[in-house]
Write a protein that binds this ligand. Structure first.
Ligand code: SF4
Ligand code: SF4
Length: 401
């Protein structure tokens, strides 16, 4: 078979050839700690792609003719390209400044999806469901706002009766998953308590499309992001807030490239911290020793590290950082389709992260992302030495005491 060079942008090719083989990425990639094979590490993948490109282009190819690519090796490369959460750790440590996050996403699309080989079988039902039902689990859009029945106050649903300042983008996981619903409830309760004029899209909310983009389904992502941005812009809200790190990264960093939004996109920890600092929300006094896991989408990808720590400190908690935190935070292993395609790798990654947390001696591991929370909670329950919680849920629960 041929390597589809024509599908790559000049930037993709430059990034692939910029690797100096220093091996820094291999040292820190969480995948390499779990399953080390030649193609597990970023360096191995880049090296193989470089060889494949050179065999079809360049001096040797011109003199001796283009060489066929071994299809088994190409498919092996694809499997390993999907054994990656696009956590961005390799980008942060790369001295050659290779923009691996964007590169991995684009290569999944160009080399495999466009060639009809991907997304993986296991990802296809999620994609179809997002396109048909506006969420990844074939749930009825009519049930999306059912969680609001548990609130003790009314929440405005679009179209709004009166103007709102803030649009709360709830996300699919917190809307439909009974174990995560607490994140939606606590965010809404905190905004209400602080007197924020806010509303939700309710039945009209559509999946942000993060999973689509991460697995390489770029065409579908474009369609979803355009639909979403049309309705989000219609609301005239100044701020869009979300408690999901995945929705946050997608709306804030990916939408501007596909379907720009008029409003400023913030994560709920940023807004709640501001409200607390402006004395609009009184935080409860608590105590105890906690540690904090920086979700990749919120931390490394977006640089949001301090609001969470300021909230923890304002709550009177002692924060003990894990050996790897902030931009070096070890990925929990749940993102970019890895959890559904390679569940064993994903659980091993979250177990490793829980071990990091246990080593701090903290009694509670806090985070701010439904996917990190789900994975870490499962592993912490298994280990039984530390509890896992969502930071805003912790605040809302303590306010009720
Ligand atoms: S993005 Fe994360 S999982 Fe993927 S290769 Fe880089 S460090 Fe490894
Ligand atoms: S850190 Fe960057 S330059 Fe070094 S091996 Fe990895 S990708 Fe190549």
């Amino acid at each position: 078979m041929r390597f589809p060079i024509e599908r790559l942008s000049t930037k993709n090719i430059l990034e692939i050839f910029a690797c100096t083989k220093c091996g820094e990425c291999t040292k820190y990639c969480f995948m390499c700690e779990i399953e080390f094979e030649k193609l597990s590490d970023p360096l191995g993948k880049l090296e193989l792609m470089r060889k494949m490109i050179s065999s079809q282009r360049g001096l040797r190819a011109r003199i001796f003719g283009k060489k066929e690519i071994d299809e088994t090796l190409y498919r092996d490369l694809m499997t390993h390209m999907y054994k990656c959460t696009i956590c961005g750790q390799c980008q942060v440590v790369c001295p050659a400044n290779i923009q691996t996050m964007e590169t991995w996403e684009e290569l999944r699309n160009a080399l495999f999806v466009e060639e009809g080989l991907a997304p993986m079988e296991v990802h296809r039902p999620f994609i179809t469901s997002i396109m048909d039902f506006n969420n990844p689990w074939q749930q009825s859009p009519g049930r999306r706002a059912r969680w609001t029945r548990r609130l003790k106050f009314d929440i405005q649903k679009y179209p709004f009766e009166s103007d709102v300042d803030v649009l709360f983008f709830v996300g699919c996981t917190a809307s439909y998953d009974a174990n995560i619903r607490g994140m939606a409830l606590s965010t809404a309760e905190l905004l209400h308590k602080a007197g924020v004029k806010f509303g939700i899209l309710g039945e009209r909310e559509i999946c942000c499309g993060s999973t689509l983009l991460r697995v390489g389904a770029k065409r579908e992502f474009r369609e979803i992001s355009e639909k979403n941005s049309r309705i989000l812009n219609e609301t005239n809200a100044d701020i869009i807030v979300t408690a999901c790190a995945g929705c946050f990264k997608t709306l804030r960093h990916d939408y501007p490239k596909f379907a720009p939004l008029d409003a400023e996109v913030v994560h709920a920890v940023q807004l709640i911290n501001e409200l607390s600092q402006d004395q609009k929300l009184q935080l409860p006094e608590t105590g105890g020793r906690v540690t904090y896991h920086d979700p990749c989408h919120l931390g490394r990808h977006s640089g949001v590290y301090e609001p969470q720590r300021e909230l923890i400190s304002a709550l009177g908690l002692e924060l003990v950082e894990m050996e790897r935190s902030k931009k070096m935070s070890r990925c929990c292993g749940a993102g970019a389709g890895v959890k559904s395609a390679f569940p064993d790798i994903s659980s091993k990654a979250s177990e490793n992260r829980v071990k990091d947390a246990i080593r701090t001696g903290a009694e509670l591991l806090l985070t701010s992302c439904p996917f990190c929370y789900q994975s870490l909670k499962l592993s912490s329950v298994k280990k039984g030495e530390i509890r896992t919680g969502d930071l805003l849920e912790f605040i809302a629960e303590n306010l009720k005491k």
